[in-house]
Design a protein around this ligand. Structure first.
Ligand code: SD4
Length: 340
């Protein structure tokens, strides 16, 4: 190629590089955080301590998740409901603005699985550590091994569950009346209204991150892992587009790579609520009868700070906090407790 033509072409290439698509440009933004369920409100407050000072979304979501894990008699963390064998096993994941991610599953006797997940992300070449290996990694990295005992509320709930030992995931559990509207959401029968906290945030520098922490479905089969620690199922972050998290029947979320799907719908131009609705419809349309008996909720935040949620059943809630709003919101759904 002639030298002049080559130079012309390469300067054209350089100017094209300068014209990055708008989503890729990192511009200052107003920080915002959204978290699943009503107790996401307190989680957001903890995360806001980081976001309001110009801190990183990654630190904010970890802070929020740690607060949740610290609650005794809670639906998340070591005080949560155990598996069928009476052992609490925890799942968690975290993902940052560079698509770095880390996760732990079936982790026992460690108080802050979200921070172990972050260490997996930062200190290993891996994404997911499970069971004994995850616990060993946690201990090697300074996490304390906690005693293996159930919290008073989990002990009560487990004893009650043992009376029938019925293995059926409780789906419309949100329908039950809360006797304690402040977190933890302890229900009349001693159970909790959910088992999972999903959090996604956008910080002042325009970076997005997310975290999920859960005890998984109460009285699950030993060794069962749901969507929560699975990147693309319980959590997905794409810093060019947005982030999403989920709660509910993990198996259904895994089947459709739920949060990855939500983010891909946002990439196609749908707003967060519509993106969540389309993912919910993917579950419902395949088997509407089955879907009548299960709950899945998706929550999404896009790069512009817009948020939205959608659920299979009535009852899914989320909390939002930014510089100018702080609220708990319900969302649209397909079924009103199994009825169209
Ligand atoms: C799981 N998705 O283990 C979790 C359960 C959940 O509110 O979200 N509960 O499948």
């Amino acid at each position: 190629m002639e030298r002049r033509k080559f130079l012309q072409l390469s300067s054209f290439g350089a100017s094209m590089l300068a014209l990055k698509p708008p989503g890729i440009v990192k511009a200052p933004t107003n920080p915002i955080i959204v978290s699943t369920w009503a107790d996401g409100k307190r989680v957001n407050e903890e995360a806001w301590k980081v976001l309001s000072k110009g801190g990183r979304a990654l630190d904010a979501v970890e802070n929020g998740a740690r607060w949740m894990e610290d609650q005794i008699n809670c639906c998340v963390g070591l005080g949560a409901n155990p598996d069928r064998d009476g052992i609490v096993t925890l799942d968690s994941c975290i993902m940052d603005e560079h698509a770095n991610c880390g996760a732990v599953a079936a982790l026992e006797r460690i108080k802050h699985p979200v921070s172990v997940a972050r260490k997996v992300m930062e200190l290993t070449p891996h994404v997911l550590l499970v069971g004994q290996g995850a616990q060993q990694f946690a201990i090697e990295n300074g996490f304390k091994l906690e005693p293996q005992e159930l919290s008073p509320s989990a002990k009560d709930a487990y004893e009650k569950w043992l009376e029938k030992s019925e293995y059926k995931p409780e789906i419309n559990i949100e329908n039950k009346k809360s006797i304690n509207p402040a977190p933890p959401m302890l229900l009349e029968d001693g159970s909790f209204n959910h088992d999972t906290m999903g959090i996604v945030a956008l910080d002042a520098s325009g970076s997005m991150s997310g975290a999920v922490t859960t005890s998984g479905m109460g009285f699950k089969m030993r060794g069962r892992v749901g969507d929560s620690p699975i990147i693309g199922a319980g959590l997905f972050v794409d810093n060019e587009i947005g982030a999403a998290t989920s709660s509910g029947m993990g198996e259904e979320v895994i089947r459709i790579c739920g949060t990855h799907l939500v983010v891909e719908f946002m990439r196609q131009g749908y707003n967060p609520e519509t993106a969540c609705r389309l993912a919910v419809e993917r579950i419902v349309n395949r088997d509407p009868e089955k879907a009548k008996g299960l709950q899945v909720g998706f929550l999404a935040l896009d790069k512009r700070g817009r948020y939205g949620a959608y659920a299979v059943q009535k009852g899914f809630e989320f909390a939002v906090k930014s510089g100018n709003e702080e609220k708990i919101l319900g969302c649209k759904y397909v079924y009103d407790y199994g009825v169209t």
